[in-house]
Design a protein around this ligand. Structure first.
Ligand SMILES: Cc1cc2nc3c(=O)[nH]c(=O)nc-3n(C[C@H](O)[C@H](O)[C@H](O)COP(=O)(O)O)c2cc1C
Length: 176
């Protein structure tokens, strides 16, 4: 049984995991198929007087297509021992495989949003897409653009209004 907690309870863990290993972004397309992708860039903060979780998804990702078909996503904090899931979700595309099936992950129904979350993750954050911004060539500081966008595979930046953060019992001790 998951408990709803303060939106900012896991900010420190979110930042630590983004830097080291990643988080899992879960999307669901219009046909209802769930997909998970590892993310290393994003942040949790405040916009429009609301808590938001911002994620950046490159145009080439299968997750991008699903984000465009949906109004929500979840960000899941992996538990100890989920390194293989992070590796596979960060290197294989949902276009070529059903990551949930292959990795034995369970897509649980979102509590407040349509997008599912990963049952095996001790903490998850439910977001409703409030705004998106397509990065344009030439707008970013040149040194960063040259370093990060050599293939011109730009990010769409999604601002998700946080509808709820949920934890399992003893979640902190289950995080890496
Ligand atoms: C540690 C790590 C962090 C990543 N962060 C991002 C990210 O923030 N945004 C992104 O678009 N891709 C990121 N990726 C790459 C995607 O996870 C990867 O391309 C994935 O296979 C895409 O899956 P999909 O095609 O099923 O959406 C990251 C990969 C790793 C290993």
């Amino acid at each position: 049984m998951r408990k709803q907690v303060d939106e900012f309870k896991y900010v420190a863990e979110t930042n630590r995991l983004l830097k080291d290993g990643g988080l899992l972004l879960v999307t669901q397309g219009k046909k209802g198929e769930p997909n998970a992708m590892t993310i290393g860039w994003g942040f949790l903060g405040t916009m429009w007087r609301r808590p938001v979780f911002v994620v950046a998804v490159r145009l080439s990702r299968y997750s991008h297509k699903l984000m465009e078909e949906s109004d929500s996503y979840t960000v899941c904090l992996p538990g100890k021992g989920m390194e293989k899931m992070l590796e596979v979700c960060g290197t294989k595309s949902g276009r070529d495989m059903d990551k949930f099936k292959e990795l034995g992950m369970t897509a649980a129904k979102g509590i407040q949003v349509k997008a599912p979350y990963i049952e095996e993750c001790p903490v998850h954050i439910e977001c409703e897409i409030a705004y998106k911004d397509q990065m344009e060539p030439g707008e970013l500081k040149k040194a960063i653009e040259d370093e990060v966008y050599t293939t011109r595979d730009l990010h769409t930046i999604y601002y998700g209004e946080i509808k709820g953060v949920y934890e399992v019992e003893g979640a902190r001790s289950k995080l890496p």
